[in-house]
Ligand binder design. Structure first.
Ligand code: ASP
Ligand code: MG
Length: 411
């Protein structure tokens, strides 16, 4: 008998039929003799709809009330799931994040889980119940305020809860079959991956692969909780995300991200303290800076470009414009027609020449590279937004991350 945490995303609980389908799966696992904790997201696009409704009511920002509003989405699906499970003859109980003991920092809309006091969850399990926990939310134990964990946060709830409970596995049920070697909507030959290491998945999530929130992967790695990403619509095996994988890949997958924009500060004096003068106020304002590139300086003057989520562009522009004078720069430019394409694979650590091959593939397709950044197992290039799809396709073609080893040796 195992302890399993099962998380169902928004599309998996989008309507009454699907909620009954979730209940059927949960009850199957429970009847097989497992202890089951369920984490649910809000139904379908309801979080987006609540955000839109709030914007309709008020143009101003209301971080506390936004969290009160958005946490209602997960409360609806948790209660409906509990009802559907009870109808199948299994005792079930739903808990809000706060009731489940999910303690977070106090930052509304972006809170981080600091501890989980899962006594009520454990008590429910001991009574033989399925316990359903609302994803994406918690409570700040000091201010007693309700918080949310950021979009997609139910993944983090699920894996953190699995860690706190010492679960054997965390299953993430979603509307795709698993983690793919590239976005299958762009690349017809993209394949579902059997296994991805935590390290690779962290990079893939950070590079724009949407299937798992990066923070949930961090929890999985830190507490060694294997994550099984699988479809909620059929019983097939999905992708296992875990520490050790059977086969090392030089390139496991191609990820892309069109959610960022590029900010360039022109005519920056090339001297100590200037970069700090630009990035300190950005950090203080919570602007999430991703890639940073500083150009070669000519006659003591240079350009610094960086990328930020499109949602942070307004704040980033305002802040950099306000420091232009104090750092002695010439001006600020924003470009939101960019995209980032990345190759990720743990085998890159020991393989030379992957970056040069990547640049060659892009060059052969007439795609210009604007920024480059690397980690030991990732290479990312910023290209024109309009070039992203072609870049993903040509890189997937060029590196064939999902090809079977036999096929490769025939080439
Ligand atoms: N409902 C929240 C969102 O849409 C959290 C989640 O789905 O994980 O972002
Ligand atoms: Mg969602």
């Amino acid at each position: 008998m195992a302890l399993i945490v099962q998380k169902f995303g928004g599309t998996s609980v989008a309507d009454a039929d699907r909620i009954r389908n979730v209940a059927r799966r949960v009850v199957e696992s429970h009847r097989a003799g497992n202890d089951v904790v369920v984490v649910v997201s809000a139904m379908g696009a309801s979080t987006d709809e609540l955000v839109a409704l709030a914007t309709d009511v008020s143009e101003n920002s209301h971080p506390r009330e936004m969290d009160m509003l958005l946490t209602a989405g997960e409360r609806i699906s948790m209660a409906l799931c509990a009802m559907a499970i009870q109808d199948l003859g299994v005792s079930a109980m739903s808990l809000t994040g706060s009731q489940a003991g999910i303690l977070t920092t106090s930052v509304h809309g972006q809170a981080e889980i600091i501890d989980i006091r899962a006594d009520r969850v454990r008590a429910g399990l001991e009574e033989g119940r399925v316990v359903i926990v609302a994803g994406f939310q918690g409570v700040d134990p000091i201010g007693k305020e309700i918080t949310t964990l950021g979009r997609g946060g139910s993944d983090a709830t699920a894996v953190a809860l699995a860690a706190a409970l010492g679960a054997d596995v965390c299953e993430i049920y979603t509307d795709v079959d698993g983690v793919f070697s590239a976005d299958p909507r762009l690349v017809a030959s993209a394949k579902k991956l059997d296994e991805v290491s935590f390290e690779e998945m962290l990079e893939l999530s950070g590079a724009g692969a949407r299937v798992l929130m990066a923070r949930s992967v961090e929890f999985g790695r830190r507490y060694q909780i294997p994550i099984h990403v699988r479809s909620s619509f059929h019983d097939g095996v999905g992708t296992w995300v875990k520490e050790d994988v059977m086969e090392e890949a030089i390139v496991r997958g191609v990820a892309h991200d069109t959610s960022e924009a590029k900010v360039t500060v022109h005519g920056v004096p090339d001297k100590p303290g200037v970069a700090a003068g630009i990035f300190e106020p950005l950090a203080a304002a919570g602007v999430n800076v991703d890639m940073i590139v500083q150009n070669v300086s000519i006659e003591g003057v240079t350009d610094i470009s960086f990328t930020v989520p499109k949602a942070h562009v307004a704040a980033a522009t305002e802040i950099t414009e306000s420091v232009v004078a104090s750092v002695g720069a010439a001006g600020v430019d924003v470009d939101d027609n960019i995209g980032k394409v990345s190759l990720v694979g743990a085998g890159m650590k020991s393989e030379l020449g992957i970056a040069s091959r990547m640049f060659r593939v892009l060059a052969e397709h007439g795609i210009n590279i604007e920024m480059i950044s690397t980690s030991p197992i990732r290479i990312s290039c910023v290209v024109r937004g309009d070039d992203v799809e072609a870049a993903v396709r040509s890189l997937h073609d060029g590196f064939r991350p999902s090809a079977e080893p036999e096929e490769e040796s025939n080439v």
